[in-house]
Design a protein around this ligand. Structure first.
Ligand code: C5P
Length: 314
């Protein structure tokens, strides 16, 4: 096989709870992740060279090794040197639809697609857990991006427990184009201000995980109770990002005031999402937000929950 095309969905966090510190400097998390149908598109084409190249027209997407998609390709070459040597590298054409530095795991989704694509092109036969393990070496969100749908994520965020997929909810995403939030800054600031709330011992951390895994959000998901899912949205990082970025706090307020099930910031932001029962309500919310915040810098997308991670289209 010489070529494949893939779709790489964005994610939102329905629950993001920071439960403690980790010895590796990261945070111990308890999260519910959800894929949405806003997707990047990738084409991987064998180039007959011992080299990987990325082509993307979107400003701000790096063509060098800071691009997570190239780092994913390098990792595959390092892990499977014979395949790399025999079958060669690929040119990665990236059509970026997911906004960058947005809290939607766009870069992680692209890296996940490269792992899945090279597994196919090099005929490696890696299982999903094997791909998860490779993804975890590159970034905490990549394992989720591989399998997608609805899932619990714990540890650094890389330990995935898939849940029955939750479909039929519409989503509005809103982001100021010129605004980016640094994820390391958000976590560092959270630690500075809230480390006194961290669970210290393993049993206290386990207790916090258990409160999510056996709690109301889990029941809402298992019962497909859309109203409760909207009501129970939670993100610890709002506590540091919203005070620092008043425009994001205002956007969240305007979205919450619409006819929505709930609204919240995704990941470390600055994207705010709102859940609605129908696509018509999502469109009406966009109109409401544009009316309340008439700013050309504000971009809006209507999308929906999506039951998959990376999909191979051909
Ligand atoms: O894993 P990833 O590269 O996506 O994480 C980006 C940054 O977010 C890390 O460098 C770290 O500062 C912070 N982070 C954290 N705890 C996590 C995940 C991310 O502190 N569980």
């Amino acid at each position: 096989m010489e070529r494949c095309t893939l779709s790489a969905p964005a994610k939102i966090n329905l629950h993001l709870e920071i439960i403690g510190d980790r010895p590796d400097g990261y945070h111990e998390l308890a999260m519910v992740m959800q894929s949405v149908a806003l997707c990047d598109r990738l084409e991987l084409r064998a180039n007959g060279l011992e080299q990987f190249r990325v082509h993307c027209n979107t400003p701000g997407v790096p063509g060098d090794r800071t691009n997570l998609a190239l780092r994913a390709a390098d990792l595959m070459a390092q892990q499977y040197p014979e395949s790399y040597h025999n079958l060669g590298g690929v040119d990665i054409r990236l059509k970026k639809m997911i906004p960058i530095a947005a809290g939607l795991a766009g870069g992680s989704a692209d890296a996940a697609a490269v792992l899945v694509g090279l597994n196919l092109l090099w005929n490696l036969g890696l299982t999903q857990p094997e791909l998860w393990e490779l993804g975890a070496q590159l970034g905490s969100d990549i394992p989720f991006c591989i399998s997608g749908g609805t899932a619990l994520a714990s540890s650094r965020g890389e330990e995935i427990t898939p849940l029955p997929s939750m479909e039929g909810l519409s989503v509005v995403l809103a982001k100021y184009r010129s605004l980016a939030v640094s994820t390391p800054w958000a976590y560092k600031t959270f630690r500075e201000r809230f480390s006194h709330t961290y669970a210290t011992g393993e049993s206290e951390q386990e207790q916090r995980r258990h409160s999510l895994h056996a709690g109301p959000m889990m029941s809402a998901l298992l019962n497909h109770d859309k109203a409760d899912i909207g009501r129970l949205l939670y993100n610890d990082l709002e506590k540091v990002v919203l005070p620092e970025f008043p425009s994001v706090a205002q956007l969240r307020q305007v979205m919450s005031d619409g006819d929505v099930l709930g609204a919240m910031m995704s990941g470390s932001g600055p994207t705010v999402f709102a859940l609605t029962e129908t696509p018509e309500q999502a469109q009406a919310l966009c109109d409401h937000v544009k009316h309340e915040i008439p700013d050309d810098d504000l971009a809006l997308w209507v999308t929906e929950f999506c039951p998959t991670g990376i999909v191979i289209n051909g």
